[in-house]
Design a protein around this ligand. Structure first.
Ligand code: NAP
Length: 308
């Protein structure tokens, strides 16, 4: 029990690091455990224009680093490890990683969400060989080439914008006849000369040649007709799935796998909070994840003080 913390935060995105900042600044002892690199999904975002305070926007990687440093300035600790199990009901709560066991009086789950897969033939085998889930990370590999973007939400729209500046041609495959993405993207996308839309359509297979993506098979959902189209890469941008499996047997999840928690971030287990994209909420953004982190730290403080 030598490693007992006031708060263990699982996941180093904006929700996690804001909880760490608020907790540390309130004089608590927080430990944040992150499996890879800090920043979460925002670290994969080239340009963030809708987080306040940055008049020309900021790249997500730098913002993640800044959030980490801000929390560490007040004494928050970070450990890089994968959490293998969490016993949320015991007192204190027990968090196991590959080579350590940590004890926390409270736990904030801010594990975010991972990209959803299309689930078609060729996708898994060709991942990293032309199949990508992050235009900001991999777009540069497709300079002057032809790429497909699957999806029609804000992620897809942002990816199309990035890729249209790099690739020779961007083919967008969307299963409906209009984009779900915010209006702010529509005009720019419709004006881009190298962007072509396949409406009411779905990618049904990713084709390869020599172990690399060489094309996709596209099905028109209205006519049923399938066409093979040549391309050098495909960016899958069809939403996210919450990283909540580890907690599924202890917490309530909704039908899409999000941890059920309201604006207070409190879960059904006292002293356990869900912050950011992993919880049920209407708007999943950096600013709303950060807000959740602050709220989680507040309720954790109340809980630790015996007021909750
Ligand atoms: P999203 O808004 O859920 O959109 C997912 C898109 O993929 C939808 O167009 C959906 O089609 C399509 N789709 C889902 N499953 C599919 C499948 N199996 N096959 C083909 N298409 C499929 O997800 P997101 O774009 O990743 O955004 C996630 C959240 O982050 C949203 O709240 C979004 O606003 C936010 N975000 C914001 C920005 C920004 O610029 N402010 C940027 C990125 C993300 P349907 O339309 O038919 O459902």
């Amino acid at each position: 029990m030598d490693k007992i913390y006031d708060m263990i935060i699982i996941g180093g995105g904006p929700g996690g690091y804001t909880a760490a900042l608020y907790a540390a600044r309130a004089g608590l002892k927080p430990l944040l455990i992150e499996k890879m690199s800090v920043g979460g999904q925002m670290a994969l975002t080239e340009q963030i224009d809708n987080y306040p305070g940055f008049e020309t926007g900021v790249d997500g990687f730098s913002l993640g680093e800044k959030m980490k440093q801000a929390a560490e300035r007040f004494g928050a600790e970070t450990k890089f490890a994968s959490v293998l199990s969490a016993d949320l009901k015991s007192e204190p709560k027990v968090i196991k990683t590959s080579n350590d066991v940590f004890y926390g009086k409270t736990v904030v789950i801010s594990t975010g969400a991972d990209p959803r897969e299309l689930g078609v033939d060729g996708e898994r085998e060709l991942r990293g060989r032309g199949v990508s889930y992050c235009a900001a990370c991999d777009g540069m590999f497709f300079k002057g080439k032809t790429v497909v973007v699957a999806g029609g939400g804000n992620t897809a729209a942002a990816d199309i914008m990035v890729l249209s500046r790099i690739a020779a041609k961007v083919l967008v495959v969307h299963r409906r006849d209009s984009l779900r993405a915010s209006k702010v993207y529509h005009d720019a996308l419709m004006k881009a000369e190298n962007v072509e839309f396949f409406w009411d359509a779905q990618v049904t297979e990713i084709l390869s040649d020599g172990g690399k993506v060489a094309g996709v098979r596209i099905k028109n959902l209205k006519t049923g007709e399938e066409t093979a189209v040549d391309c050098d890469g495909i960016f899958v941008a069809i939403g996210r799935k919450p990283a909540s499996e580890l907690f599924a047997d202890q917490l309530d999840l909704d039908e899409r796998g999000y941890i059920v928690a309201g604006e207070s971030t409190e879960t059904a287990i006292p002293g356990v909070y869900a912050a950011g994209d992993v919880r049920t909420k209407v708007l999943r953004q950096v600013v709303t994840a950060a807000a959740d982190g602050a709220v989680a730290a507040h309720y954790a403080e109340e809980y630790l003080a015996g007021r909750k």
